[in-house]
Design a protein around this ligand. Structure first.
Ligand code: GAL
Length: 808
């Protein structure tokens, strides 16, 4: 591999632009085809299913991404255990037969898998292409040598998720991310062969460094040259340059570097995630043979030991959340709209960061974070050599960790949203005082990362002490704390001159819509792990006052975090509830209680605490509901901002004005229940800011459907999320309504149903779901043909309700 020094040739730029306007856009040099459609699937092992002639006619036809676990039945006896979501695993086979045009002969054809959980073997026309163990890594195979050009080809994939438990959360099973068929010329930019960075950024100008890896698959005297162009978001060409590589011989990989200058750059930030595009073109002689587009966000940032984090010179805190990869009722099958919806809900809360706990994410998540303005901590591993569950990646560590980490870096380092690399979460090697081999592993991993990128490295330590092997290794740029918020204030005493990040915090516990009184004492659950931990209904009060022994309430951690500048930011466990890890309970619970937002995407009350602290928009959130037994003492909380005080009225009579004092994050009233209307009024300087009313709900009288988007794209993938509310005759939510709602869809299909209840064992794939605390969710998928999609919801004794969508 050779690399050239930096060259910027203005003449080449002028020539290239002139050249480009006539030729470049007329040629299709590279195609990246969605390869998700029309696979056949069989659950269970089949011998010789890799052979092209194998009988697959009886197999189910489906489109990827696909997660077979989510289609199964919850049982505590499934080998994943409730910790892993209590859904089935097993072995599955996928096959797809496709033709490759004769005209493609002379091209290179690759298949790209964004992620297969897990242990995948892939064959093309009976030829084994490879095995990947890691269920979260993206990988490519070169199909070219084995294809029948002008004829039929069969790709077969065996997925083995039989040996469980292999995860501490729900993994899903299958080809659960997108698959692409990539066709290029013989000379083309290699897989993940573009690396764009911004080594120097100021208000006046930004230096854009572009590294390209060009692969020449067998052309002698290729006379290769490359040109790089930067376009702004409006598509205007603003910079360009070129470099000519030395190596033009066949079967080589050539590394090229160039630098470009963008004048007066518009900087990428969480509030203005402005993206440029970098188009890299490869020429053989005069002929354009490849073009590849990468997003570019121009920004600079710093972690300072004393001042904390700053972006583009402005001090700010990373206000992030950790999320697992599942999409609730859709399972792990990736869907861009479902991810975007999660990010929109989080953005509206004021969240500006995502930690991809504890594995490389779907590439679409990073694209969305680039576009929507999130600061990503991109995490590699949940374990190294020491196991967390019997069949997890520790078994594959020695053989695969280097390759997997490098592949993650190669794939993800182009994303402007990625700010931090995490080399591991709560790694077992951190603890031992006698076996300190974890220090060497930490150094080795950090070395792999540093050889490829200069963004800061951390690891999520639940032993954030000086003796932790990972911290003692000296390999980390940022000392990552999981929990221990009571120790944050002493950070510099323990680590003088070091930089801090709260890699994971809080783990507050809540069930949406469920409340217990009194609310002003902290409960620590579970108390023990040695016996089943089950309580009536397995619910957790949604006042922010329940935490596991290692965690804190949301308020407790945020109060410390906001106090000290050097605390550069936090990633809360978790933004959304996820399948598996049903702490603090055991079965029959099957999903988490940690989310600020429940599994269905409905915010819990504490969402508004963050919104009141993290955004400027006026917030007044009063809870719980107002349906209790006569005379019962009820605590009422309000989160508010932009106001000096809140006054509460019950049936028109004031029950008192409350003001947050000191570091308070909410106010509370305690009063005996009497039916009627509660009204909270927030005021600033005596002027009303917001009014919030809660009424005692009467009998269930109707349901209401609200689509998050009424117009969706007719691509067979886009989704509309429909919230069902169970209401009384005046439109007040009936807080404990659990009506079973049935959905019929014409013109599209019902992708999933949910209600956010961690204890429900109803299938996400059924055509009905019970409301949970008055709410249910239907996820609707449009067809590929444009047209009207009609969703009808019915429930016993009430009038059916219809919502019309438009698939365009
Ligand atoms: C952390 C761990 C997470 C999750 C969380 C639950 O210690 O990193 O994966 O298990 O606890 O509170």
């Amino acid at each position: 591999m050779s690399s050239l020094p930096v060259i910027f040739k203005s003449i080449a730029f002028v020539v290239a632009v002139a050249f480009c306007s006539t030729i470049c856009f007329a040629q299709q040099t590279r195609t990246v085809a969605d390869f998700d459609k029309g696979w056949r699937f069989h659950l269970g092992d089949v011998s010789h299913a890799e052979q092209p002639a194998a009988a697959d006619k009886s197999w189910r036809i489906l489109n990827l991404p696909h997660d077979w676990s989510i289609e199964g039945t919850f049982s505590k006896d499934n080998p994943a255990t409730p910790e892993g979501g209590a859904l089935p695993g097993g072995i599955g086979w996928y096959r797809k037969t496709f033709t490759v045009p004769a005209a493609s002969k002379g091209k290179q054809i690759y298949i790209d898998f964004d992620g297969v959980y897990q242990h995948s073997d892939v064959w093309i026309n009976g030829q084994h292409l490879g095995f990947r163990s890691n269920g979260y890594i993206s990988f490519r195979y070169d199909l070219t040598p084995y294809l029948n050009f002008g004829g039929s080809n069969t790709i077969a994939v065996k997925v083995n998720n039989a040996e469980q438990p292999n995860s501490r959360w729900y993994s899903g099973s299958g080809i659960y991310r997108n698959v692409w068929l990539v066709t290029t010329a013989k000379i083309a930019i290699d897989h993940w062969g573009t690396y764009v960075t911004t080594p120097q950024v100021s208000k006046e100008q930004a230096e854009i460094a572009v590294e390209l890896k060009v692969k020449n698959a067998g052309m002698a005297n290729a006379n290769i040259s490359t040109h790089v162009y930067v376009y702004d978001a409006a598509g205007k060409l603003i910079a360009g340059g070129g470099s000519i590589p030395a190596g033009n011989t066949a079967d080589t990989l050539t590394a090229l570097k160039t630098k470009l200058i963008v004048k007066n750059p518009r900087l990428w930030s969480v509030d203005d995630p402005y993206l440029y595009r970098v188009v890299s073109k490869v020429f053989s002689g005069n002929k354009e043979v490849d073009a590849y587009t990468a997003n570019l966000g121009i920004r600079y940032f710093n972690f300072d030991a004393d001042k904390g984090f700053s972006l583009n010179g402005k001090a700010m805190k990373i206000l992030g959340v950790c999320n697992h990869h599942d999409l609730g009722s859709l399972g792990s099958a990736i869907n861009t709209r479902a991810l975007e919806r999660q990010l929109q809900i989080l953005k509206a809360m004021g969240c500006n960061g995502i930690r991809t706990s504890h594995n490389p994410p779907a590439p679409e998540l990073l694209d969305l974070c680039d576009r929507m303005g999130f600061i990503v901590m991109d995490e590699a591993f949940d374990m190294w050599k020491l196991e967390k569950t019997k069949y997890d990646y520790h078994l594959f560590w020695d053989e695969w960790h280097k390759r997997d980490l490098q592949d993650q870096l190669l794939r993800d380092r182009n994303h402007p949203s990625v700010f931090i690399w995490s080399i591991g979460n709560e790694i077992g090697e951190q603890y031992s005082k006698t076996d300190t081999s974890g220090r060497n592993i930490a150094r080795e991993l950090a070395g792999i990362v540093r050889a490829m990128d200069n963004r800061p490295i951390t690891s999520a330590n639940n032993d954030p002490s000086r003796t932790s092997n990972i911290i003692a290794s000296g390999a980390l740029d940022l000392i990552g704390y999981n929990y221990h918020e009571f120790d944050y204030a002493k950070f510099h005493e323990r680590f003088p001159g070091k930089k801090f990040i709260a890699t994971e915090t809080t783990s507050g516990l809540e069930t949406r819509g469920y409340y217990e009184f009194p609310s002003d004492s902290i409960r620590v659950w579970p108390r023990t792990w040695d016996k089943p931990n089950v309580r009536e209904g397995n619910r957790v009060s949604a006042f922010d006052n329940v935490r596991p022994p290692w965690g804190s309430t949301h308020e407790a951690t945020w109060k410390v975090m906001k106090k000290h500048d050097y605390l550069s930011g936090m990633y809360i466990w978790t933004g959304f509830d996820y399948l598996g890890e049903p702490t603090p309970y055991s079965w029959p619970s099957r999903s988490s209680y940690f989310g600020i937002v429940d599994l269905a995407g409905f915010p819990k009350d504490v969402y508004y605490m963050y919104q009141s602290e993290w955004t400027d928009k006026p917030v007044l959130h009063l809870f719980p509901h107002w349906n209790w037994a006569p005379g019962q003492m009820v605590d009422l909380w309000a989160y508010y901002n932009n106001a000096d005080e809140v006054e509460l009225y019950l049936n028109g009579k004031s029950v008192g004005i409350k003001k947050k004092t000191g570091d308070d994050l909410h106010v509370m009233w305690r009063l005996p229940f009497e039916p009627g209307t509660l009204k909270a009024v927030s005021r600033k300087n005596g002027k009303v800011v917001l009014i919030k009313e809660i009424k005692t709900a009467g009998a269930t009288a109707k349901i209401e459907l609200t689509a998050d988007r009424k117009t969706i794209t007719a691509d067979g993938k886009d989704l509309s999320f429909i919230t069902v509310k169970v209401l009384d005759k005046d439109g007040t939510l009936v807080p404990n309504a659990d009506n079973r709602i049935k959905f019929t869809v014409t013109g599209g299909s019902l992708a999933a149903v949910d209600n956010g209840d961690p204890v429900s064992h109803d299938s996400f794939r059924a055509d009905n779901m019970k409301a949970f605390h008055g709410l249910a969710l239907a996820v609707i998928r449009g067809r590929e043909t444009p047209g009207r999609v009609t969703v009808t919801a019915t429930t016993a004794g009430l009038k059916p309700v219809v919502v019309e969508l438009n698939a365009k």
